[in-house]
Design a protein. Sequence first.
Length: 76
Amino acid sequence: MHVLLIDDERAIRRALKEILEFEGCQVTEAENGAQALQHLKDHTFDLLFSDVKMPQMDGLELLEAMQSLGIDTPDR
């Protein structure tokens, strides 16, 4: 499973990444919504975890951008 982890706090990203990788997930990190959106344009992810409040583009703005671009995670 390929997971996109989006949070502006490095310590939170690292902790979640360690847990997810221990469970066998491949993890890609983004520190804000804008960076996450670029990853989403370039790769397919099975799941994403996003903080809501972040600089540049917050989690809700990211979801709106994903909807407008037709980017979605696969249905399982």
